[in-house]
Design a protein. Sequence first.
Lengths: 331, 281
Amino acid sequence: MADVIRAAGLVKTYGDVHALDGLDLAVPEGTVLGLLGPNGAGKTTAVRILTTLLEPDSGSAEVAGIDVRKRPAEVRARIGLSGQYAAVDEYLTGFENLDMIGRLYGLGRRPSRDRARELLESFDLSDAGDRPVKTYSGGMRRRLDLAGSLVARPPVLFLDEPTTGLDPRSRTDMWEVINDLVKSGTTLLLTTQYLEEADRLADRIVVIDHGKSIAEGTADELKAQVGGERIELVVASAEDLPTSRDILAQLAEGAVGIDDHTRRVTAPVTGGAGVLIEALRRLDAAGVTLHDVALRRPTLDDVFLTLTGHAAEIEADAAADTDVPLAEATR
Amino acid sequence: MTTLTKSMPAPGPLTPSRFKVFTDGAVVAKRNLIKIKRVPDLLVFSTMSPIMFILLFAYVFGSAIHPPGIGYREFLIPGIFVQTVIFGSTLTGAGLADDIQKGIIDRFRSLPMSRSAVLVGRTTSDVLNNVLVVVIMSGTGLLVGWRIRSSVGEAIVGFLLLLAFAYAISWIMAVVGLIVPSPEVVNNASFMIIFPLTFIANTFVPTQGFPTVLKAIANWNPVSSLAQASRQLFGNTGTTPLPNSPWSLHHPIIYTLLWIVGILIVFVPLAVRQYKRAASR
């Protein structure tokens, strides 16, 4: 299948900061690429270049076979963009927002209105459609913004951190919406700070850091690199540490780690909840009292620690992608 | 969700690009006007201050200022018109800066719309806002004793000249709004520009008592010629311009028109260029 989005050697510098430092990307038709990275990694810069909002210092990019730098107007007619800040007008109603976008895409009066109503219906915003957006919740604004990017049924869609700042419930709703969208064959480039999100939505993931791709593959491939799930437990008494380690060692896929100071035992496992339950049974039978126990999945921090040797740090650089605190990014 | 992308005809025949700037501009202007309708505070504030100015100047300074050959209130009202429509044009800068901050300009820039339509729409809606402001001010002026002593035709030309000058200033403010980092800065910056511009002129007081340097600036300030042109077209000139006034005040309409054309020639391309570059935040 042909690559619908293709970028080669994209470089963008702000002063001393390399927002992008030779980024290559390829997204085959009808697939979803997740661009995963921490704040300031260059995700938003990449999206801005691919959507013609920003000129790269060097490198080339094509969207739907059209050169982004040479024929930006034609690219714009084929893409939809939904940014991390819901770019909807809060004084307009949901309907007015969508109708305005339709008219600006060149739809006629009637088709634009019909399309706006259709999208409000699809995104569960019909009841709120004639209210000013000011009255919408964060999740509703995001849905409206996403609807706005779909007005002209673009074959290529860019979503820049579509769920950043949303509460968990709205995030799950948003994932469902995007999943449905992807099933209909849209080619999608999605940026995110959440490994879980990339896992849920993307066919392939590119991890970027300091404006460069540092790893690429399916979610499973990346997790295999990072290491899979881990059981982490904290025992009530330090005397139980050796027992716990021996029990977990029987179930673990690798070396069991012990932190005497925090009385924490960590064991890499495969098999998820089943293994956890088995471990708890055996620990209970051995009379070990636990303070805390969890099955941890790899986080963005784990990916970064493994791939780069440094944690996903917040960088307040000129091309800062978001203002979301790291605590949230690594949740 | 199946309706999202299925059964998708390509977006219909696109409007010929030649007209896109007007059709898109109209869409953007409509959006801005809806905002004025939804947030009436904006209009209330932009009309309250000129009414306040008229009342303060008319009753506080009116007793002390005696322009040649005419009552102060008649002299003052065209000046207030000038100052107010110029202030009204700062909306352009504040509105654009606000749209950049909220990411709306990014959305516009990602759409296959005319590159200058956002600016055309913005300046158009701001001029319409100014029309409303002028109507309200005229009413207030009539209440405190201002009268149009010329013909209807001349008065209409007078109002049109005011709006045209404000429209040109709108394009300057558009450039300011696209450069500065936030809407608040636009307001401060425009105060810094507009206060001296409208006060070092014959807007509120006759210039003959000004110190030499200020007087020279005031005489050639297009704000003076606009005020003089308005007084002429509304029939509120008294004995101005005084015989020793420069060419600009003896031919205020032409001189003002030259400025309007000059400003547009310089700032329309500048604003469009800056719009293409404008980055969010």
